[in-house]
Design a protein around this ligand. Structure first.
Ligand code: PEP
Ligand code: MN
Length: 345
């Protein structure tokens, strides 16, 4: 339910509404627009509450949120959420958030060289998994805490913020100690215990779409994190599984504007996992920016042929440079910008 205050509502009228909410055991989420204030109501809502709050002076309208995802919906919060990652903002109106780096952290040399290159080309975030979900148990499963330490080193050296995956609730405190954004992978999108756990921290979380998840299931997964109290949620479209086999996944471009219509959360596009082919990344990255993505997450490796995971979808340094040139054109065509080279402090 949301309570829309009238443009003339006074502070006292607002306080009376908030007081009644407290008595009913409800929590407010206040969106202060330029014109009016909208109070999102969190908690157990019974139908009579619509009439109860409509009777308060200063209240213009009380609307029940029709979507099953409440706090993630635009009805609940009409204004876009801008996620602030320690000073670097992600969301509409901000520079495109470019996250780039290897699929997995392999060595110090691999990570640091990649970090320096992507920082110079306009990325503000370094990606790289220390804990890798692999289809086969014999695949490279990541360096664990040693990988997290390398991320910290790369951040110190380049000024990039780091994003890395957390796979289990027990690892959340450790990963949160090192990462600027915690990634929930596609395979864990409905790991509800993990979602609950990252809902309790105050670091931003990027929630990837599950490989067979509908948009509604994806937004309901985001709802878990928001309901835990963590409002810094970023969504990531990474392709879904269909009958098509030429591409690793089918990148659902229409999901980007659809989700932006349904939800206030920022959306990042992942054409690397979305296609699985390095030569499809540039066209799909350009298309993603054109349809309104707030950023891109791209796999880049100094030597994709030798990568321990996802080599076929990783860009060489040269291809990443070409991609960024193209992205700048598309970004400016849709009124967005890419950050300039990051100069280490
Ligand atoms: C990744 O980002 O390397 C990854 C494993 O992605 P996804 O969870 O989307 O498959
Ligand atoms: Mn990968």
């Amino acid at each position: 339910m949301i309570i829309v205050m009238s443009t003339q509502a006074t502070r006292e009228e607002m306080d009376q509404v908030l007081e009644r909410m407290a008595q009913e055991g409800l929590k407010p989420h206040i969106s202060q627009g330029e014109e009016r204030t909208v109070i999102g109501v969190i908690g157990h809502i019974y139908p009579e509450l619509v009439d109860v709050f409509s009777a308060y002076s200063g209240v213009e309208e009380v609307i029940r949120v029709s979507k099953p995802f409440k706090q993630a919906s635009r009805e609940f919060k009409p204004l876009d959420t801008i996620v602030d990652v320690d000073g670097v903002k992600i969301g509409p109106g901000e520079e495109l958030a470019i996250m780039a780096g290897p699929c997995a952290i392999e060595t110090e040399d691999q990570l640091l060289r990649t970090a320096e290159l992507v920082a110079e080309l306009g990325a503000r975030f370094l990606r790289g998994g220390a804990y890798k979900p692999r289809t086969s148990p014999y695949g490279f499963r990541g360096l664990g805490v040693d990988g997290l330490k390398l991320h910290a080193k790369a951040r110190e050296r380049t000024g990039l913020k780091v994003i890395t995956e957390v796979m289990t609730p027990a690892d959340v405190p450790l990963v949160a100690e090192y990462a600027d954004i915690l990634q929930i992978g596609a395979r864990n999108m409905q790991n509800f215990n993990l979602l609950d756990e990252v809902g309790l921290i105050d670091k931003p979380v990027m929630l990837k779409r599950g490989m067979s998840a509908t948009i509604e299931e994806w937004l309901l997964a985001a709802e878990y994190i928001l309901n835990g109290g963590n409002r810094n949620v970023i969504l990531c479209e990474r392709g879904i599984r269909t009958f098509e086999r030429y591409t690793r996944n089918t990148m659902d471009l229409s999901a980007i504007p659809m989700v932006k219509r349904l939800s206030h959360l920022p959306v990042i596009a992942d054409p690397s996992h979305g296609t699985g082919k390095w030569y499809l990344i540039e066209p799909m990255a350009k298309a993603s920016v054109a349809v309104g993505a707030d950023g891109l997450i791209i796999e880049v490796h100094p030597s994709p042929d030798h990568a321990l995971s996802d080599g076929p979808q990783s860009l060489t340094f040269e291809n990443f440079r070409k991609l960024m040139e193209q992205i700048r054109h598309v970004a400016s065509a849709v009124g967005r910008a890419v950050a300039p080279a990051l100069v280490p402090a």
